[in-house]
Design a protein around this ligand. Structure first.
Ligand SMILES: Cc1cn([C@H]2C[C@H](O)[C@@H](COP(=O)(O)OP(=O)(O)O[C@H]3O[C@@H](C)C(=O)[C@@H](O)[C@H]3O)O2)c(=O)[nH]c1=O
Length: 183
């Protein structure tokens, strides 16, 4: 596993080693032990899988508040996405900074996002299958969103009119939200 630091503190790109043979290939997409050897300790408890039919679909920006916060390990198993993480941990040296990373089936890249971040992704192709692990269970009552084009964050999504869910279309601005994470 190639573990690459990003501009955001505690966010890593993971590149699994792909072992090819005449049948195809094999990779370890997650190994708790390998990650612990470099000091990254995560206990994932839920695996998620979503499908987005159309290019230009944006899911985000999402978080679960308080004790329900989730760290995520995300990847794209079919198609391509622009994946965005925003550091919302007050006191963090990278507070309110964001990164956008292309995750595709071909590059096999995964993004490791700790608790205290906003997360969202934009599909760059049709028929996107997105897989991710979370270290805390889904909690409907704690599930929150922030408007994807929040001015204060100034995220360069490269699109003006993405396809979004009704809920994400009506998401609050940061200033109207109850988001609070501490570094
Ligand atoms: C996220 C989630 C949703 N659901 C349900 C709620 C709803 O009926 C349906 C679709 O939910 P959503 O519209 O929230 O799905 P989606 O917009 O794909 O939400 C996801 O977006 C990405 C960006 C993330 O970071 C994830 O953590 C999650 O928030 O699935 C669960 O049952 N369990 C879950 O863990």
């Amino acid at each position: 596993m190639n573990i690459i630091k990003t501009e955001l503190l505690d966010v890593y790109i993971l590149e699994p080693k792909v072992l090819g043979d005449s049948r195809g290939w094999f990779m370890e997409s997650w190994s708790k032990k390998t990650m612990e050897e470099v000091g990254l300790n995560y206990e994932f408890v839920q695996d998620n899988h979503s499908f987005s039919a159309q290019k230009g679909t944006l899911r985000g920006l999402h978080y679960q508040k308080g004790d329900a916060a989730q760290a995520k390990l995300v990847r794209c198993a079919k198609g391509a996405v622009l994946d965005v993480a925003v550091d919302m941990r007050e006191g963090s040296p990278t507070y309110k900074k964001w990164i956008a990373v292309e995750l595709t089936k071909e590059n096999g890249r995964q993004l490791l996002i700790p608790r205290g971040f906003l997360h969202g992704f934009l599909t760059l192709t049709d028929d996107v299958e997105f897989l991710y692990k979370a270290d805390n269970y889904y909690d409907l009552n704690a599930d929150r969103n922030i408007i994807w084009n929040e001015k204060e964050l100034n995220i360069n999504w490269g699109i003006d009119n993405p396809i979004v869910s009704d809920r994400d279309a009506k998401a609050p601005h940061l200033s109207d939200s109850d988001i609070y994470f501490k570094y």
